[in-house]
Ligand binder design. Structure first.
Ligand SMILES: [Zn+2]
Length: 267
């Protein structure tokens, strides 16, 4: 199917497309955040955008204009290169984007998140759905591919590490400099078994911080890597990307089967 980008469509085309062809829209959201000396600041946003585009080609869903900046956990603040957006600001921004997309006729809106900012997005979702009365879901890249990540990576996924760098190598290898990749395992306040995390535990959510207790990254990280980026490979990344694309594609197809274009679960 042809890739559909919202910003390249005319308003009349959007209304017609949502009514008759496909009323699912994917909003990619990432962050501008340090990802070590080897991977670009836009890693999270690029991952969300590229996966959304692949899903669009398979399902006909429209890709909305991406949200490049993201909200950040406190321990990430102050690291050079990271540009945090205040949670309340991002939340209101996301809600306005959802309002606009609902007004254009999209009955199914999927926020595709590739950065650890669920608290802001889930909170926006619960605020906005009663108002717009369209289906809104928050999907997180790491959750979509968690099983595959655990299978192909030696270490649990954290940040700019084996897993995330593998995805970068799969999607935009020209922006990765593996000669600068390194490994870092910074200290924690307490034993990491209390902290949960991304794929630390088989059934852990992301981020699943059982107890939030972190040093500021700028004080403890030399490179900005949490894990071992030298273990990354394009092959691992391709498997992870494929798993995420498959899961989201299946989800959208089921959604459309149950609620065809023009039909909202809430109307
Ligand atoms: Zn990232």
């Amino acid at each position: 199917m042809p890739l559909k980008k919202l910003w390249e469509m005319k308003w009349t085309e959007v209304v017609e497309y949502a009514k008759k062809v496909n009323d699912v829209v994917i909003v990619p959201i990432g962050s501008i955040e340090q990802h070590g000396p080897h991977a670009p600041l836009g890693t999270d946003a690029l991952n969300a955008i590229k996966v959304a585009e692949m899903v669009s080609e398979r399902t006909g869903a429209v890709v909305a204009a991406p949200i490049w900046y993201g909200a950040h956990m406190y321990h990430q603040l102050g690291f050079p290169g990271t540009v945090p957006i205040r949670t309340d600001v991002l939340k209101e921004y996301v809600k306005d984007v959802i309002r606009g997309l609902a007004n254009a006729g999209f009955n199914k809106i999927i926020i595709l998140n590739a950065h650890g900012q669920q608290w802001a997005l889930i909170s926006a979702l619960h605020d906005i759905v009663p108002e717009v009365k369209v289906f809104v879901a928050v999907a997180t890249l790491w959750e979509l591919a968690r099983k595959t990540i655990n299978e192909v990576c030696e270490e649990p996924f954290r940040h700019a590490d084996e897993c995330e760098t593998s995805i970068s190598l799969a999607l935009y290898p020209e922006l990765v400099d593996m000669s600068k990749a390194g490994k870092e395992h910074p200290p924690t306040f307490i034993d990491s078994k209390f902290l949960g995390g991304t794929t630390w535990l088989p059934d852990a959510g992301f981020p699943h911080h059982n107890i939030s207790a972190f040093y500021f990254q700028k004080d403890t990280l030399k490179l900005g890597i949490l894990g071992d980026a030298t273990k990354a490979s394009r092959e691992k990344g391709l498997k992870i990307v494929e798993a995420a694309v498959n899961t989201l594609t299946e989800f959208i197809n089921q959604l459309l089967q149950k609620f065809p274009p023009g039909k909202s679960p809430f109307k």
